[in-house]
Structure formats: C-alpha cells, structure tokens
Ligand binder design. Sequence first.
Ligand code: NAP
Length: 293
Amino acid sequence: MKIAITGANGYIGQELIYILKERGHKIFALNRQQLYGQPETLAASLENTDAVINLAGAPILQRWTKFNQSVIYNSRVVTTRNLTQAINLLAPGNRPRIFVSASAVGIYQTGQSHDDSSSKFDPGFLGKLVTDWEKASDELPVDVRKVTFRIGVVLGRESHTIKKMLPLFKLGLGGKLGNGQQPFPFIHIHDLVLAFYQSLEDETFTGIYNLVAPDQTTNQRFTQLLAKKLKGPAFFKVPCFMLKLIYGRASEIILKGQRVIPNRLLSKGFMFQYPDISACIEEILQLNGSKSS
Ligand SMILES: NC(=O)c1ccc[n+]([C@@H]2O[C@H](COP(=O)([O-])OP(=O)(O)OC[C@H]3O[C@@H](n4cnc5c(N)ncnc54)[C@H](OP(=O)(O)O)[C@@H]3O)[C@@H](O)[C@H]2O)c1
C-alpha cells in the first residue's frame, strides 16, 4: 500500500513506519506546511494513496495557557478537518480507501469505567479537544473506511512516559503520582503497532476501538512494579501540589484516570502480546530484546 502519515516524526509514527516499511509498504510523511496549507495542495499529495494514518498532535502534557490550548487543539482538530476536506476534493477512484486516526482515552470522564461504546465524556478541555478531534473526520466520504483508536498511555523503551520515569527510578527516586489510586490505562507499543497494522489489512475493522491493554491497573501498581523489577525502592511520592505547580490544570492528565476496557478488540480476537502491566514492564526492561521501543 501507499500510505500517507501525519505526525510521522513522532514516537508512534516512527515505530509504525519502521514496521510498515519492513512489510513492504510505501510510506510518505505529510508535513505541517501541507497539513495547514490549501486543501487543494493537500488533496494533490493524497491522490492515489491507499491509506492515511493520522497521528499529528502537539504534546498535551504542558501548561494549558490560552496559546498552548490553541496549538494543542489546532494540531489535531484543524489538521484532521483539513485532511477530511482534502480527501473530499478527490474523485472516488483517486482517494484513499482507509483513514486510521489516533484519538485518546482522555475523551472519557475520569473515575469511571468505559467500553468502546461509552458516551460519558470528560466535560473539560480534554473531553472537548478529543470529541472535536474525532468529529473532524465525520464528513469523510462513505467509501473511506474509518478506524479511530482511543489510545491509552503508550509504554515502550522509547516512549515519552518511560523515558521520563526510568532515569528517576534507576536512581531509586521513583514513586507514585499523587495518591496513586488513579486508573492507569496503558498499551504496549508493540500491541499498538499491531492494532494499527491489522486495521489497515483487515476490512472488518471500522469505527471506534479502545486501544488499551485489558489489564485494569493503577498508577501505584505500575510504579511499584517498575521499582520492584529494577530492584529499587518506590517509597517516594510526587505530591499533587507539585504536579499542579508544574502543569497547572493539565496535571489532571496524570493525577486522574479512567478505567478503559478494550471490548471491541477483545471480541475481534485481537491477541495482545502484553495484556498485563507486569509483562509490559518486563519487555521494556529487557536490555537485549528485539527492535522496539
Ligand atoms: N503516546 C501516547 O501515550 C499517546 C496516548 C494517547 C494518544 N496519543 C496520540 O497519538 C498521536 C501520536 O502520539 P506520539 O506519542 O507519537 O506523539 P509525539 O511523539 O509527540 O508526536 C506527535 C507528532 O505530531 C506532530 N506535531 C507536533 N506538533 C504539531 C503541531 N503544532 N501541528 C501539527 N503537527 C504537530 C509532529 O510530527 P511531524 O514533525 O512529523 O509533523 C510530532 O512528532 C498524538 O496525536 C497523541 O495525542 C498518544
């Protein structure tokens, strides 16, 4: 397939591109100039592609000032809307057949359980951001198969979360965030890549999927296991006030959480390679495993 990718330079983008190229697909990155530019120019670059993978998005974990909020919002909602508009400009025979987009479990209300059909959405900035992000591709032509993955915290050797936490834990300075009781919906990068890959190949993939491991865990269990496997302590605790001081309202992303259940993937028979947090951490801490990250 000839596949166009937005957010190609990001963590997930790089991991996906590695696997897709390895399996013989032709990949090309859509840059920001194209994404924010004229729809006609974007349409021209999408002509005769088979699929679009939409991953663009500025980091969410930063202070939600007015300016940052607009960058975070536009990088997802405006870009997705522009892609949708561009695809609509193409004649049916020339347009991509598949549109696979990242979304996030942050759409859901915290402190509750959600399967893929839940409509209990977060009432704040995060909920609006992700709802509008998903809606931005509502107007795709009906012949384009659309798959949306509501992704949990991605864990892998090179993932943002692990790269931030591991150095502290290796020094024995790691610990839970806040009281640690907040749910921690996660997904190993290998499982994420597999799900994206299967959604391209398997025509029966369509609609919204929670992309999280089936294991229901908490921040405390995750941090304790990480410390235990590194044979270090985890008695430190990063207090709520400190995270609020650093991130302001955005600290809710790490201090609160949702229980998320990947019902649709499970009923499809999706084989999670890392269904529980223990297996996931073990893979990440292995020093000489296969390429991943
Ligand atoms: N990683 C996670 O734990 C996680 C969890 C849930 C959802 N997601 C979502 O999955 C997507 C990919 O995540 P990731 O971990 O790969 O993120 P990432 O490493 O931060 O990469 C995101 C990419 O988005 C593009 N981007 C950044 N700022 C932008 C802007 N202002 N306008 C347009 N594009 C911009 C950049 O790609 P280019 O330089 O190629 O343009 C960047 O490399 C994101 O939308 C993210 O919200 C990630």
